[in-house]
Design a protein around this ligand. Sequence first.
Ligand code: H2U
Ligand code: ZN
Length: 353
Amino acid sequence: MTETPLITDAPHRRFNPLKGEWVLVSPHRNKRPWQGKTEEPTVSDLPVHDPACYLCAGNARNSGATNPNYKGPYVFDNDFPALMVDGEGGTSDDPLFRAENVRGTARVMCFSERHNATLPELSAPELRKVVDFWAAQVSHLGEDWNWVAVFENKGAVMGCSQPHPHGQIWASDFIPNEVAAEDRHQADWMARTGRNMLVDYATAESERADRIVAENDDWIVVVPWWAVWPFETLLLPRAHVLRLPDLSDTQRDSLAAILKRLTTAYDNLFQTEFPYTMGWHGAPLTDEDHSHWQLHAHFYPPLLRSATVRKFMVGYEMLAEAQRDLTAESAAQRLRGQPDEHFKTTLAKGAAE
Ligand code: H2U
Ligand code: ZN
């Protein structure tokens, strides 16, 4: 196989083999003059418990149900679920007006009882509990449903409606678009090469090193070659793992550690509670052979240059294809260079001196 050297400061397209899509990269645009100012750190000043919060322990929710006095992660059925167990939406075979009935369920998962503790502010043991809860939800819901979506919308800019740190879990009888595309592309790759795409990708990125954000014995975080969002990352196990419940005790501990490292780097980058949508993609919970699958998490953050300057997916992105200026390599370098200590801790220490 011949490889032409990549001209990284001239426009080019990169291919995402997981989605089967191209992204246009325009690194020369970074040479435009930028007179942006560095902003002050933004620290939200939330209480540990907020009597008005629907998600805090002991409080009444919107539906009137009351949360128990939970400690650690807590899961409840979404009071306004997007999917219903006995959904009767109907079906239509008209090729221009196709529809199919769907069933499913939706849950909300508070990461801890602490109203003001986002993921990077949880301790490693607390994060380990989050990992265990995610895995248990997938096992449990996977008994009844073909796909379980585990995700977090963080920050108002990503549409997060409650300040209390939480994620969501949606389970369905259908395989949603993004997952169906990844399933198809991983299956095709295996049929063509006899190899697992993302297992090989993790090894290759670890060797190349220029897109690595963080790594440990079991996990690697990269700004993927084909990243679309400025600081998008992909979190991958080094070993072949199909789903969250398959993770060993050691892999769960090292996952908690790398989640803390990644989310801290994100917050430190612009000294803000870095918004994103993140979520887990594991093999669907259907009976077929899923050996072409590799578990992974995507982080899609919207911020570009500061706590307030975000990337918009408009114009060319909506009408043609995704485009970025900042290269994946520079984004990775900036994230990798962040200190391990959360900026709020650093600020608090400074204030105490
Ligand atoms: P976000 O993750 O986008 O903030 O969504 C929070 C979910 O919490 C949302 O789906 C649910 C909403 O329906 N919710 C409840 O189920 N009960 C409540 O009392 C508040 C919010
Ligand atoms: Zn709360």
